[in-house]
Design a protein around this ligand. Structure first.
Ligand SMILES: [Zn+2]
Length: 287
């Protein structure tokens, strides 16, 4: 099959003439999903018999190069998606497409729509126009503005990956930076420096999302490196001076503490309280 199963489902709906006007897609790998979506959009719009990676037609080539005017991908501009970005999308889609059957928009990180941009967006999803399809992409459906969520058809599209960078949607360089902070952080916990460790994180990571990524990496390190003895792609040398002198049972307890932290982080619990609780629980697991 040339498409991910869930996307194939959308493709079948297209053939049945039952395509929704807007889809909310939750995924653990946004870049991969966008690549797959582009294949779906080719399959729907290709004037030839679309096959895996059609390179014959102009339209598919334009989609590959992100140059098709009737496919607009909107990404957060800084920390949020701005109202002006939505306004210009609307203007672009006032006219029918020239080459393709549909005008298609993709909102990458749809959880970054703020109050005013979400409002501007609502018209598209509330009063659907034939010939426009929208995909809202997020890695956390829980934080999508409810008025948007309720007007979209929801699908969850998960990818299996061994690659930490794919999984966390970060670059090699970003991972290295996280590992430097993590090493310092874990060492502080070991040395029982209870107060300075919270400051360390809050001074280096300004966004909740970054803190989440850091703790996901900590989870991976405990799971793959300390528990399984594996070195999975990441530059573990950074951690090589960091010694874990505890048994597997203790590591499993720590993994539970980390995953509880990640769970709590998804709800709007005060971050400083969470960080304090984390350190206290990790410390009580020593000895
Ligand atoms: Zn084609």
């Amino acid at each position: 099959m040339f498409l991910n199963n869930n996307l194939l489902e959308i493709y079948h709906k297209y053939h049945e003439g039952r395509l929704a006007h807007a889809y909310l897609l939750e995924t653990n790998n946004i870049p991969k999903l966008i690549d797959d979506l582009k294949e779906l959009i080719k399959a729907i719009n290709c004037p030839l018999d679309y096959q895996d990676n059609c390179r014959k037609c102009n339209l598919c080539n334009l989609i590959t190069k992100n140059n098709l005017p009737s496919l607009i991908i909107i990404e957060p501009d800084g920390t949020s998606i701005k109202k002006t970005q939505i306004e210009s999308l609307k203007i672009s889609f006032e006219t029918k497409p020239i080459y393709s059957k549909y005008n298609t928009y993709i909102i990458k990180n749809a959880e970054k729509l703020n109050g005013s941009s979400a409002n501007a967006m609502l018209k598209f999803v509330e009063e659907p126009t034939d010939g426009i399809i929208g995909f809202f992409i997020t890695d956390n459906k829980d934080v999508i503005i409810p008025t948007i969520k309720s007007r979209c058809q929801s699908l969850v599209i998960m990818y299996e990956s061994d690659n930490l960078l794919d999984k966390l949607n970060i670059t090699e360089e970003e991972l290295t930076n996280y590992l430097i902070i993590i090493k310092e952080y874990l060492t502080k916990i070991d040395n029982n420096e209870l107060f300075s460790n919270k400051e360390l994180i809050l001074s280096k990571l300004s966004e909740r999302k970054e803190i989440e990524t850091m703790f996901k990496i900590i989870f991976e390190i405990y799971y793959n490196y300390f528990l399984k003895g594996l070195n999975k792609n990441y530059n573990i040398e950074l951690l090589s001076n960091y010694q874990m002198n505890v048994n597997n049972q203790k590591i499993i307890q720590k993994l539970n503490i980390i995953s509880k932290f990640l769970q709590d982080l998804r709800y709007n619990v005060n971050i400083e309280l969470l960080l304090d609780k984390f350190v206290i629980e990790m410390r009580s697991n020593y000895g």
